[in-house]
Design a protein around this ligand. Structure first.
Ligand code: HEC
Length: 219
């Protein structure tokens, strides 16, 4: 009885017979399916690689610089601007990834360093040496590391790195550093053409600010 049931349903562990086909063009795809062979390409592969130079959405920021491009990184920047929520997130990320060394107060005296187990003094972001550090140089440190500090490129994506830097710059601006420029809000003086263009877009669609963050055309 059980055997008859299985035979009738054409089931069991493997279904071998697809049964009657009423609409073949629906049963058998007319398009080339992914991972099938394709006579239209020299390598016979249907799945294609992206065109060389393709940049994934969200990664439009032209960070083409390489480790050791120290001078170039000093002038490297972003046109990303962050809402209050983003700034809270920047602090959260800093507290997770950076505060253990750089300190929750950004004074370079984090618990790991204070414990004496980490030999190198982490940067004191409130100290004169770092107070006016270019943001691009900070970005390079987060991406490649610096001497005893490791790289955070695999833990933090580009936007998250800039969020953390914005948070550091915010705290610095309240401790004698340069004026804070990462906030979203009414346009201030001294902006470049690209910045003005994206600021206009941000105003036109304030709720879309986050998703247009990355359309930076400045290098
Ligand atoms: C394991 C400890 C440690 C952690 C965690 C750490 N840093 Fe550092 N960081 C250091 C040390 C040590 C230095 C000083 C390096 C030097 O100048 O020799 C430093 C230097 C820096 C500098 C100055 C770079 C320069 O060019 O002089 C920046 C900016 C920085 N860190 C940012 C960050 C950020 C952002 C994070 C979190 C994503 C972070 N650090 C996490 C230890 C750490």
């Amino acid at each position: 009885m059980v055997g008859l049931g299985l035979a009738a349903c054409n089931s069991g562990s493997m279904r071998r017979n697809p049964g009657r086909v009423y609409a073949p063009d629906m049963t058998y795809s007319r398009a080339y399916d992914a991972y099938t062979s394709n006579p239209n390409f020299a390598d016979s592969q249907t799945s294609r690689l992206p065109v060389p130079g393709t940049i994934a959405r969200g990664h439009e920021l032209p960070d083409h610089l390489k480790e050791g491009d120290t001078m170039a990184y000093k002038t490297f920047t972003t046109s990303m601007r962050f809402s209050d929520d983003d700034m809270v997130e920047g602090k959260r990320l800093f507290d997770i990834y950076c505060a253990i060394c750089h300190g929750p107060n950004l004074d370079g005296n984090g618990p790991l360093y204070a414990s004496g187990k980490f030999a190198a003094m982490p940067a004191n972001f409130k100290g004169e040496k770092y107070l006016h550090m270019p943001v691009g140089q900070m970005f390079a440190a987060a991406k490649y590391g610096k001497n005893m500090m490791g790289s955070y490129a695999s833990q933090l994506d580009i936007k998250q790195r800039w969020m953390i830097i914005a948070y550091i710059k915010k705290v610095q601006s309240q401790n004698g550093g340069d004026a804070f420029t990462f906030g979203v809000g009414p346009a201030t003086g001294g902006k470049t053409a690209t910045d003005t263009a994206s600021a206009g877009k941000a105003q036109a669609n304030a709720t879309d600010v986050k998703s247009t963050n990355s359309d930076n055309k400045k290098g």
